[in-house]
Design a protein around this ligand. Structure first.
Ligand SMILES: Cc1cc2nc3c(=O)[nH]c(=O)nc-3n(C[C@H](O)[C@H](O)[C@H](O)COP(=O)(O)OP(=O)(O)OC[C@H]3O[C@@H](n4cnc5c(N)ncnc54)[C@H](O)[C@@H]3O)c2cc1C
Length: 382
């Protein structure tokens, strides 16, 4: 491992490898990425449902997604490596007046951003998502540019492209401490040795707060457990079946292998690093799934897992310089949408670190925004 670098990236999930790729592309200098586990993507990235969407409630998140979707769709040209972005669309089912009002407000943002979203009447929904219950559904929104991707394929593409450009990736190199001198980062201590560096990019996902704490920074990210269930083979799930989100229950589902993937965010889960499977959580997912698709009655559970969202108080990412310490930059806190925002996060990080204006206005992602009482919350979080 090099013992000196222009930047050390902490964390080898999708965010860390995307940042490594774009920093290397911008010729930032010597870059070392350190990951504590024996393989990349072992954290939240390997637990993600693979959803990629631009239908958010805030302009900056819409723009992060639109930039990311463009990159996902042309990933081979971007990195030289194949990864499939299956643009089957995202369909949000809206059953109450409040849901319709709130999504119609977002629709105005989407329209002005040039995002092609269709407003579907109940009778138009089965052609996109047959078999879903339309009980009390008033309206649905559908964006054909949204879709699904395998986080591992994209991680692997960024990893290989970054290595080809000279990034050193060191596994089993847990960061144990970070030294500063006169408020400036000078060194990172890892399980594989020390690296002298003026710059640390904190891409530690749900562990980002712990990395910040090493230099006295308060990174407002909490780890929150989320569970997923997949089913065995189902003959009624067609290849075009999109990601469907039942806004009322919070249940989301999409085709997965020959069956379906089912997920739901339990809002009562308290912050912790516990990733054991809670059977009550599983039952709550299955109950909601059956309500949405009664045909799942015959489905068998094929697999299930739990992972951690890296959640911020306003459900928006933290991207920016740490105000308390010179040389620390955070790229974290994506609150359930870090896979889909990884390309844009990598692009804007490299732009800021090389002194350029970021392609997306990231002022609402500033690490110090939480002292203000004017947080602009992302409400369309799944
Ligand atoms: C159940 C579930 C479903 C999800 N579904 C989606 C989805 O459909 N779409 C979407 O966009 N997002 C989804 N997400 C969110 C997404 O997975 C995350 O936002 C994203 O993976 C964050 O990537 P990351 O690289 O920041 O974090 P991680 O993948 O967790 O990577 C951080 C890395 O840092 C390493 N690390 C931590 N501490 C240290 C240390 N001290 N030293 C060295 N390394 C360290 C960890 O080992 C880890 O590999 C989902 C998440 C979960 C849990």
């Amino acid at each position: 491992m090099k013992n000196t670098a222009n930047a050390v990236i902490v964390g080898g999930g999708i965010i860390g490898v995307a940042v490594a790729f774009y920093l290397a592309k911008a010729r930032f200098g010597d870059i070392v990425l350190v990951e504590k586990e024996p393989f990349l993507g072992a954290g939240a990235t390997s637990k993600a449902a693979g959803g990629i969407r631009a239908q958010f409630a805030t302009k900056d998140n819409v723009e992060m997604s639109m930039l990311s979707e463009k990159i996902f769709a042309s990933f081979k040209e971007e990195t030289g490596h194949d990864a499939l972005f299956d643009q089957v669309g995202y369909l949000f089912l809206l059953r109450s007046d409040d849901e319709v009002r709130s999504f119609k407000e977002s629709y105005e943002i989407w329209k002005s951003a040039g995002l092609p979203v269709d407003l579907l009447k109940p009778e138009d929904i089965p052609q996109y998502a047959p078999h879903v219950s339309l009980d009390e559904v008033q309206l649905a929104t559908f964006c054909k540019k949204d879709g699904l991707g395998d986080p591992h394929e994209f991680l692997s593409g960024y990893e290989h492209a970054a290595r080809e450009m000279g990034v050193e990736i060191v596994l089993e190199a847990e960061v144990k401490g970070i030294t500063t001198s006169n408020g400036q980062i000078t060194e990172v201590q890892t399980a594989k040795g020390n690296i002298s560096t003026p710059m640390v990019v904190n891409c530690a996902g749900p562990h980002a707060k712990l990395i910040g704490a090493m230099v006295g920074a308060d990174v407002r990210v909490e780890p929150i457990r989320r569970q997923i269930v997949t089913t065995g083979e189902l003959d009624f799930v067609k290849p075009f079946f999109p990601m469907v989100v039942d806004v009322r229950s919070g249940l989301y589902c999409h085709k997965e292998s020959k069956g379906m993937l089912l997920g739901w965010a339990d809002k009562d889960v308290q912050p912790s690093f516990d990733v054991s499977i809670d059977p009550d959580y599983t039952d709550a997912i299955l109950e909601r799934a059956l309500e949405l698709m009664p045909q799942l009655e015959t489905a068998e559970v094929a697999n299930q897992w739990a992972g951690l969202y890296e959640t911020t108080p306003d459900h928006k990412a933290i991207i920016g310089y740490e105000p308390k310490v010179k040389g620390m930059f955070h790229v974290t806190g994506f609150s359930g949408h870090g896979f889909m925002h990884a390309p844009a996060a990598g692009v804007v990080t490299a732009e800021v670190l090389t002194g350029k204006k970021p392609s997306v206005d990231i002022s609402n992602f500033a690490p110090n925004r939480f002292t203000s009482d004017k947080l602009i919350e992302e409400t369309n979080v799944i």
